[in-house]
Design a protein around this ligand. Structure first.
Ligand code: PMT
Length: 401
């Protein structure tokens, strides 16, 4: 994504372990063409040195409230006037508490008090601190005072302290995407887009199911990219542990049949359907009403499977209200040939081929590498973060709508 060269972003780094990720965030902003300055609190400097950010931005890092080097000697006023957008990443529980009380005892809090433009906050802290009613109350206060501030994350997962839960700072790619989203070309304005994502679960009994390793990351990234390109997005998702992108409507489903029904309902009359979901091709013919019991050392039982509906093919076969249909093809060898074959057999307008045999790409990972093919084009992108892949795909697909 590129932005106008004069977009001035002030990145405020506060004192949490996630501060190291802010270096990558700054790099992404610089790469996108923004003019970036970094402000660090005293706590942040215990985790990362100002020199890291100075090297990335080519500018001295700001940390002092009364700064003799600043114009007028008042760094906070100068920075507040300079920035087009302020990003606080990571935003610790302490910084949120101080901001919510309107304190003005360091450069960050005074800049924010003196600033009237857009602010994006990426919180990061221990999961118990995040869930604490006081932190949540501070966030409510901030949101009430500043309804136009935007929030990214936090994500759930394993934390530096060993806890598991919400509190991890969102990826630099996700934060950059949200901030730069305002500068994204609105190529899908007025379009209704339906996206399927994640795995499906096919029940064997009340406690067991057949599924796959899809995390939903590719589909959720596409939903975010489409929403930021101006589309009205419906995300039909199997069970995943991801936050729904802001502004996207979620329809949660479990099985392939559920996903089929939800997609057919949403896709008829829409403009674009993108099928990223890893749908189980088969389901058990019967689902046991009671939990199957462990009886012996060996289990000899035959599970008969029956075919699930092919969702993307059903949408592509619609005779009225058919959207532009883009499928995915997860391949492990001869990826482009098999992908093209799927495009033709399922009557898709385009197919996104990913070779899921490459370690670190495809299922479950944050990155991917894709080849987009239609009857006319074949173009590749990546390896790159799924959010960047998604944005590239949306731009390309929008060109063909
Ligand atoms: O979720 P992630 O962890 O981020 O991983 C992303 C991904 C690897 C799952 C994704 O990039 C991807 O490749 N999705 C398609 C996976 C798949 O099932 O591929 P397939 O080649 O088996 O299916 C081809 C197409 O038919 C897909 O668009 C699929 O959604 C669709 N399909 C398949 C079966 C079925 N019954 N109904 C369908 O709609």
């Amino acid at each position: 994504m590129t932005v106008e060269a004069n977009l001035k972003i002030l990145v405020a780094v506060t004192g949490g372990i996630a501060a190291y990720k802010s270096a990558e965030l700054v790099r992404l902003f610089v790469k996108a063409g923004a003019d970036v300055q970094v402000l660090m609190t005293e706590g942040a400097q215990a985790f990362v040195t100002p020199l890291t950010f100075q090297a990335l931005t080519g500018k001295a890092v700001r940390s002092s409230l009364l700064d003799p080097a600043a114009e007028l000697g008042m760094g906070h006023i100068e920075l507040a006037r300079w920035a087009d957008h302020i990003v606080i990443a990571p935003a610790t529980a302490d910084s949120l508490a101080r901001l919510s009380q309107g304190m003005a005892n360091d450069l960050l809090t005074t800049v924010i008090l003196a600033y009237q433009g857009p602010v994006t906050i990426a919180p990061a802290m221990n999961q118990a601190m995040w869930s604490n009613v006081i932190t949540q109350d501070n966030i409510k206060r901030l949101s009430a005072f500043h309804p136009h501030w935007s929030w990214v994350g936090p994500d759930a997962g394993e934390q530096a302290c060993g806890d598991v839960g919400p509190g991890r700072m969102s990826s630099p790619e996700a934060i950059a995407h949200q901030v730069l989203g305002a500068a994204t070309d609105k190529t899908l304005t007025g379009k209704r887009v339906v996206i399927s994502a994640g795995p499906t679960r096919e029940r064997l009994d009340p406690v067991r199911y057949i599924s796959n390793f899809s995390s939903g990351k590719m589909g959720y990234a596409l939903a975010q990219a489409a929403q930021q390109a101006g589309a009205d997005v419906v995300l039909v998702s199997g069970p995943v542990a991801l936050q729904v992108p802001k502004g996207v409507r979620l329809v949660s489903v479990e099985s392939a049949q559920d996903m089929h029904d939800a997609v057919m309902k949403a896709a008829v009359g829409s403009d674009l359907f993108i099928a990223t979901a890893a749908v189980a091709d088969y389901r058990p013919e019967t689902t046991a009403a009671q939990k199957m019991k462990k009886s012996d050392k060996t289990l000899s039982r035959t599970i008969d499977l029956v075919e699930n509906p092919d969702i993307v093919a059903s949408v592509a076969r619609l005779t009225t209200g058919r959207p532009f249909v883009v499928g995915f093809a997860a391949e492990t060898h001869d990826a482009v040939a098999y992908g093209q074959d799927k495009r033709v057999k399922k009557q898709l307008d385009m197919v996104v081929i990913n070779d899921v045999s490459v370690p670190g790409l495809g299922f479950g990972s944050d990155d991917n590498q894709v080849t987009l093919v239609s009857a006319e084009i074949q173009e590749s992108y990546g390896p790159a973060a799924k959010i960047r892949i998604a944005q590239w795909l949306i731009e390309k697909i929008a060109d063909h709508l």
